[in-house]
Design a protein around this ligand. Sequence first.
Ligand code: EPZ
Length: 419
Amino acid sequence: MDQIVVRGGNRLVGEVAVSGSKNSTLALMASALLADGVSVLDNAPRLRDVDAMLELLRALGAKADWNDESGHTLSIDASGVDNFEAPYDLVRKMRASFMVLGPLVARFGNARVSEPGGCAIGVRPVDQHLKGLEALGAKVQLQHGYVQATSSGLEGARLAFDLTTVNGTQNVLMAATLARGETVIENAAREPEVVELATMLSKMGAEIHAAGSDRIVVRGVKELRPVRHRVEGDRIEAGTLLAAAAITRGDVRVTGIDPSLLESTLEKLRELGAEVEVDADGARVRADGHQVGIRVVTAPFPGFPTDMQAQIMAVLTLVDGSSVVIENVFENRFMHVPELQRLGADISLSGRSAHVRGVEKLMGAPVMATDLRASAGLLLAGLVATGETRVSRVYHIDRGYENIEAKLRSLGADICREV
Ligand code: EPZ
């Protein structure tokens, strides 16, 4: 199994372009199912999760693949979709597959999608997805680990999520575009990935208002047309690379990203002592100064993203003073802590809170990736740990970061992948 080997001590300096957003791409791929024809996504990241979604779309009867235009362009022809079952072995591999449920039941009136089950970071139920689809008139049954949803035509409705759910909002939003009449989604997620999905759906002919607010209004239409869309830069990859600048006391500019999508991350980097500049196409972090402990609380957008929690914690292990990191979104998202402790970090956990006391230095050691973002946090720590840090199970990293070692090496990191 691949391992990534990092030798710590190099400051990261330079400029790097971020790839297209993984989480946006997965939702946009599912939305292609709503239209009879070929949708094209430019600037899509070459990731394991995107390949898993391609496999699922093909299993549903769509023609879906990378086309050779740029190596980052996806073509999805949903005109031939004739199978409405998303099997357990595919959904289990990549839980965002569950987002085909809304489009399938909206366009075809029929869907049988495996429940995604939990994952390393939490139980991650889908009750809110089902609540939303039932509000639109879908008949939902749970049978043998599958969600069976049928409808003779969805009806617009007013619904309120009990909690903020990104993929739940996206699933229901996609379904609502083809529901008769008006749908109001209260307590909607405000993440940029919801906004970008609404942008693509609107290009397809959907009538959506106030995406990005917690109250989205949709007027259903008869059908949607396929479109071409360029995926936004990945705000979490951008934040991860900027955190790498902070932890190595470097000077890095990331491009291909709208900095307003990661304002809360940039704010925390400023607060701990980094200098942050933003421009139309990116952001720059210079971190050669004194860094201090801060308080980080993860929350739905525009709060501090849970997907950046492991990465900021890695930075905080070496600042002057203590920090508190509170994980409010997922119930088990501190699995990077024992691994960071193996590198010499001084962290103590109490429920949803991690207390981080800055230490002088970290020492390289073999560590194991447990989930996508935990892996990123371990990589960041390895960039400054004295000696060699060997990160195993890097398939977790490849799910969400395209060629991360090449990007870090281009900034001066001593890093390589051992197959
Ligand atoms: C999306 O997951 C992202 N994944 C996650 O990124 C991200 O961490 C998460 O949003 C939060 O920002 C994709 O977009 C593919 P949620 P999602 O539904 O939508 C609970 C990464 O590293 N919940 O917003 O599945 C849930 O258990 C990944 O890129 C219910 O209780 O997350 C969690 O505690 C990891 N019932 C909270 O809500 C539901 O029906 C937020 O989850 C749905 C969710």
